[in-house]
Design a binder for this molecule. Sequence first.
Ligand code: C2E
Ligand code: CA
Ligand code: CA
Ligand code: CA
Length: 275
Amino acid sequence: AKAAGGRHHRWYTVELDSQAGEEARLGADLRAALDTGQFHLVYQPIVALPGGEVQAVESLIRWQHPERGFVSPVDFIPVAERNGLITELGTWILRTACEQFRTWQERGVAPLHVGVNVSARQLAEPGFAETVAAVLAETGMDPHRLVVEITETAVFGGGAAVRAVHALHALGIAIALDDFGTGHSSLGILQAVPVRILKVDKSFVENVTVSDRHAVIASSLIQLTAGLGLVAVAEGVETAEQAAELYRLGYRRAQGYHFGRPAADPFAVVSHAAA
Ligand code: C2E
Ligand code: CA
Ligand code: CA
Ligand code: CA
């Protein structure tokens, strides 16, 4: 660490050092977690409205650290992005989701699609699309059954990320824009990248039954997606009232605790023969 410029700066310097130290420790723990198998994926259903039939699942990573306990992806994905581990972690996530999909196919319970979240740095990494193609070949995964979820922010900068999205599209993979409506320049991005699915952020969904303004936005977004021939998925649906209102507005796909929490295997066969 840099020496403090003067006595009155000392506390501030120590504070910054301890933040940097925690970031480094978390980064090292992530490395160890990959090496010792502390990560697993859970899968949350995406259902049809109004019936609730499962159409797809989204994979979400979970980390159970031996001392820290459960660490949220909101806290560790950004660290993995900054220290570069996201490349290896992201490949592990993709391979694991594809392998899980294969076992669902073998059991005859596979949904139509499995979604995988890809972070900004991972998408912009040189060779990303080639890595995806290699994992698909290795796991026997049909690209038409895979959805890659990206955020508006990831493609906002253009360049490598936009080229990667085009390469994924050319492989036959569907692209979903995640957290739609919360990032930058939403509408311009629809022209820049070949998107198939808009995931309407839960901030619009949570107030759809209580705020006219939110309902107007949710309604405008469904008209936009319909006009462009895209599919809208309402995220974060927690109540039957929200689901009914979203259906009334024109939504035909939804995801949220009301329909199912993320689970290690949402298609597990419940054995009645167990002793
Ligand atoms: P996201 O991609 O927007 O994922 C949706 C988040 O909303 C998940 O949180 C999910 O558990 C949560 N959720 C689902 N339904 C409801 C609901 O009805 N109400 C509420 N309040 N929340 C709901 P989670 O699993 O903690 O993930 C948080 C974020 O971390 C994700 O947001 C995504 O940005 C990131 N993330 C998670 N898994 C991965 C991954 O495998 N790779 C990458 N790159 N990022 C991931
Ligand atoms: Ca997502
Ligand atoms: Ca989301
Ligand atoms: Ca999010």
